[in-house]
Design a protein around this ligand. Structure first.
Ligand SMILES: Cc1cc2nc3c(=O)[nH]c(=O)nc-3n(C[C@H](O)[C@H](O)[C@H](O)COP(=O)(O)OP(=O)(O)OC[C@H]3O[C@@H](n4cnc5c(N)ncnc54)[C@H](O)[C@@H]3O)c2cc1C
Length: 406
């Protein structure tokens, strides 16, 4: 009897030690992030050590293999789980606007950065663009001269860019850098666009924003890509020469980041002359250059209650060009965002009526295509101008820091 107690005591002590050791080992494996296949080997070994029947161990290994081999896992587990999630409505639906945003544009080197495991060799082997001789001359000539002319402190005190500087900007086609030469613009590259904004930003943020906006979204970029021939011929040369001052109104008091939820509206109706007209009502805020604009690019939700286009009532987000002097257009008091005196103000439209085919960017064919246009084209501002402005600021900051060290 004593012998039995002694042996069972030893056994229990060994069992306790083995269990504690196992728990510690498994915790360490979890902490170190062991891959699943290694877990399978280790756990099978532990089970073997504890005398688990081999049939159970074989079943465990077979089950683990289903999770270790992706094609097996996808067929036997993931597809079933996903179906169940869909039936139980666990997965949020992607809206039409979200799908358009996801599918818009192309992917370039930045995909590496977002992959979580960038291939730096691939990134570094991307060819770097070069300025053309003409572009370099623009940078060394008019851009240099503009930088010498601007006095940021004067602009800050005046709360305006002096007229002679605005004239210089317009006369040298700074507002038409992205407009093709056939329409009177400079037809410059994204690289030049970025270099110009960077350089001007080191002298005056107000001036760089004034140059940046007409060269980003609005609305020349949209016209170049989607405008009808008539719209391109009519608007682009005047925009390139600064005879028209553009702005683009997307943001509303209740729709900022979530731009798809705008409520500004347009309604199609037939006039007595048989033409299709567009009646617009809008309320936009934070619109850069609106305060001095002569043409407003506008995003709104379009309805066709009489089904004049034969595509149902709700046509969706649409972009149009509205001359700022049209009856019903209100340009509000200037905002003073960031205390940097670039022109920015709210704008409202009250029953503004225009010929629909002329006003809608791309004509009636492109009614309802506004969201796709925005998703494909907002990238110029978000991907080129704004980062260029920040880079210019950082370079200036770097220069100051170096200066103070010396
Ligand atoms: C100087 C300036 C110039 C501008 N110029 C123009 C212009 O020319 N044309 C134009 O149309 N608009 C313009 N805007 C508006 C600009 O596009 C909006 O400010 C921007 O889209 C953000 O919208 P919001 O200000 O309403 O902020 P909100 O959308 O209300 O965001 C407020 C905060 O909430 C966060 N947030 C929002 N949604 C989420 C989410 N789902 N998850 C987590 N965080 C979230 C944001 O990151 C932010 O920090 C300008 C704005 C400024 C400040």
């Amino acid at each position: 009897m004593e012998l039995l107690e002694m042996y069972s005591g030893v056994f229990l002590n060994n069992l306790a030690a083995a269990s504690i050791g196992t728990v510690l080992f498994v915790t360490a494996m979890g902490y170190l992030g062991f891959p699943f296949w290694l877990w399978t080997i280790v756990l099978s070994g532990i089970m073997f050590g504890f005398g688990v029947p081999s049939v159970v161990i074989v079943l465990f290994i077979a089950l683990s293999l289903v999770f270790i081999i992706p094609p097996l896992r996808q067929v036997l587990v993931s597809s079933g789980v996903m179906k169940l999630f869909k039936v139980m409505k666990f997965i949020p639906q992607i809206s039409e606007t979200e799908r358009t945003a996801l599918e818009a544009g192309v992917v370039w080197a930045e995909a590496e950065l977002f992959s979580g495991k960038p291939n730096f060799k691939k990134l570094m082997s991307e060819p770097s663009p070069k300025l053309t001789t003409e572009e370099q001359a623009f940078l060394d000539g008019p851009v240099e001269e503009l930088c010498k002319m601007i006095d940021a402190w004067q602009v800050y005190r005046l709360r305006n860019i002096p007229d002679n500087i605005m004239d210089f900007i317009k006369n040298n086609k700074f507002l038409g850098m992205i407009i093709p030469t056939e329409y009177g613009g400079l037809g410059f590259s994204n690289l030049l666009h970025s270099e110009v904004i960077q350089k001007i930003s080191t002298r005056s943020i107000t001036a760089s924003i004034t140059v940046m906006v007409p060269n980003s979204l609005g609305p020349a970029e949209l016209l170049v890509h989607y405008g009808t021939d008539e719209q391109k011929k009519s608007w682009l040369p005047r925009l390139a020469e600064g005879k028209e001052m553009p702005c683009f109104g997307l943001t509303e008091p209740q729709a900022g980041s979530d731009a798809g939820s705008i409520v500004s509206s347009g309604v199609l109706f037939k006039g007595e002359d048989g033409k299709i007209y567009l009646k617009l009502n809008w309320n936009k805020r934070w619109i850069t250059l609106a305060a001095i604009s002569s043409v407003i690019g506008l995003a709104f939700k379009l309805r066709d209650p009489e089904n004049l286009l034969g595509r149902g009532e709700d046509l969706g987000i649409t972009c149009a060009l509205i001359p700022a002097n049209t009856k019903g257009v209100v340009l509000g008091l200037r905002h003073d965002p960031l205390s940097i005196p670039f022109y920015n103000c709210p704008t409202e439209g009250h029953d503004v009526v225009l010929v629909a085919n002329d006003a809608i960017i791309g004509g009636l064919d492109k009614a309802g295509h506004g969201w796709k246009m925005l998703m494909e084209s907002l990238g110029a501002g978000r991907g080129i101008s704004l980062p260029a402005q920040s880079t210019g600021g950082m370079k200036l900051f770097g220069l100051f820091s170096l200066g103070s060290c010396n």
